[in-house]
Design a protein around this ligand. Structure first.
Ligand SMILES: Nc1ncnc2c1ncn2[C@@H]1O[C@H](COP(=O)(O)OP(=O)(O)OP(=O)(O)O)[C@@H](O)[C@H]1O
Ligand SMILES: [Mg+2]
Length: 288
């Protein structure tokens, strides 16, 4: 493996440098989708967020940060190709490893790659290098973070402008998100986070999770929590889940998710919605 700086040179192509002019400069908004606990919906939410932003006209890059248990391509029904290991060894460029669907770009990671398993790379450095090299090409960069609290994941969370902390009503999920937010605050000076409650079964349960977590964070950590909203537990079969979750059906779930996202893009004052005629984000601002 090259040193990060040398490696960086290998994919900062001339084309990318040229497309970066001050006239067209708009700050890229970087969001990590995280949560500590596994299986709470991070990847599903990261994918839908990135796809909906892209549909609304934003140039959006989703980076799969689950380095060797990558699920993003699988959820889209695409083959796993482990191209990412070739990016790490500089045998392929960033562009060659991307999956491009209009404004939606995806950089998948690997699945069970022995090279990645045995490599001594600092994954957070690699991802931050990629972001720094390409952020001028995007309005939004979304990171799909793995479960757990590794230094690498915490560093990526802290590096992003915003964190979507995904929590479910499960006690262990609430505890794990609290622990994540605590370490991010104490060791990385992260003072604010956004909360998404996933898989809640009724409004009372949603409110209870919000109250428990936000009050405990406020009293014991002191960081700010912005509640983005919730996603109910969907009654869909395991086989049909990804298609239903990512599709644009005329159902309440999809409409509410888009509202939730619109509430966020309005608040952060990031790049404004370009394609208002698309209808995807043409809702009143009433997140919860
Ligand atoms: N709102 C929901 N309603 C019902 N089931 C859900 C919901 N959200 C997620 N799930 C279920 O949880 C599974 C795991 O989702 P996902 O892969 O997005 O979680 P994750 O947090 O990324 O997991 P990991 O920690 O392993 O990366 C989904 O495949 C789906 O079966
Ligand atoms: Mg995941």
């Amino acid at each position: 493996m090259h040193k990060t700086s040398e490696w960086l040179q290998t994919f900062s192509s001339e084309k990318n440098t040229k497309s970066h002019s001050l006239d067209s400069f708009r700050p890229c908004v970087k969001i990590s989708v995280t949560g500590g606990k596994g299986g709470v919906g991070k990847t599903s939410i990261a994918l839908k967020t990135a796809q909906e932003l892209a549909k609304a006209g934003h140039r959006t890059l989703l980076i799969d940060c689950d380095s060797n248990l990558s699920n993003t391509a699988i959820k889209l029904g695409l083959p796993m190709d482990n191209k990412f290991e070739k990016l790490l060894s500089s045998e392929k460029t960033f562009e060659e490893c991307l999956i491009v669907q209009g404004n939606f770009h995806l950089l998948p990671a690997c699945n069970g790659s022995i090279e990645v398993f045995e490599s001594k790379i600092n994954f957070d450095e690699v991802i931050i290098d990629i972001i720094q090299c390409h952020e001028h090409e995007y309005d939004y960069i979304i990171l799909d973070c793995p479960a757990g609290m590794s230094v690498s994941t915490l560093t990526l969370n802290a590096y992003c402008d915003h964190r979507f902390v995904v929590v479910t009503p499960d006690k262990s999920s609430i505890t794990d998100s609290y622990s994540l937010i605590k370490v991010l605050s104490n060791r990385f000076n992260v003072i604010d986070n956004h909360l998404i409650v996933n898989m809640y079964q009724n409004d009372r349960q949603f409110q209870k999770v919000v109250m428990t977590l936000t009050e405990t964070i406020e009293n014991y950590i002191g960081s700010r929590t912005t509640v983005l909203g919730g996603i109910p537990k969907l009654d869909v079969s395991a086989e049909g889940f990804d298609t239903f979750f990512l599709s644009e059906g005329k159902n309440e779930f999809h409409k509410n998710f888009v509202k939730l996202l619109y509430g966020f893009t309005e608040k952060v004052g990031g790049p404004m919605i370009r394609n208002s005629s698309a209808g995807h984000l043409a809702f009143e601002h009433d997140v919860q």
